[in-house]
Write a protein that binds this ligand. Structure first.
Ligand code: DQA
Length: 146
């Protein structure tokens, strides 16, 4: 089983980006950790990050038939992008949403996710380890389904 890991805008700067909010772990470290967890779970991880909405949508299209599901942190597009949710629906890719910060404890404009209604579930507020939990939850859900 192959799992996609999709990261949106500004997440390439993790490690130095607002460390008080997002921690000091880099995206590379998060992906490497998830690859190790994936190895334990018997799944392969394909990671992609982009700062633009179009490339994120194009990647979901490209993953059709290739990945079984996606762990996604859409960054700020979480709160704005109906197009990204449509891309998940259009590709039929099951997904679990992850956020490093607790979006429900932040500014009002971050308290709504455009993606959540189409997701299997969400992990938020647990920092970098949330990616691992999202991955484990997604794989468990996919294995239970199939
Ligand atoms: C984020 C939360 C978003 O509101 C923000 O725009 C991000 C990161 C998080 O992981 O906590 O870029 O998705």
């Amino acid at each position: 089983m192959i799992i996609g890991m999709l990261n949106g805008p500004n997440l390439n700067l993790l490690g130095t980006r607002e460390p008080a909010v997002y921690g000091t772990t880099t995206l590379g470290e998060i992906v490497a950790h998830c690859q190790a967890v994936g190895h334990e779970l018997g799944v392969e991880i394909r990671a992609f990050q982009a700062n633009g909405e179009g490339p994120l949508i194009d990647q979901l299209h490209a993953w059709r038939g290739e990945v079984a599901g996606v762990v996604v942190n859409a960054g700020a597009y979480t709160h704005t992008s109906l197009a990204l949710r449509d891309a998940f629906s259009a590709t039929n890719l099951p997904f679990v949403e992850v956020h490093l910060s607790n979006i429900y404890a932040r500014e009002p404009e971050r308290r709504h996710s455009m993606l959540a209604s189409a997701s299997i579930g969400m992990v938020c507020g647990l920092g970098a380890v949330g990616y691992e939990y999202a991955l484990r939850g997604l794989v468990q859900a996919l294995r239970t389904r199939n």
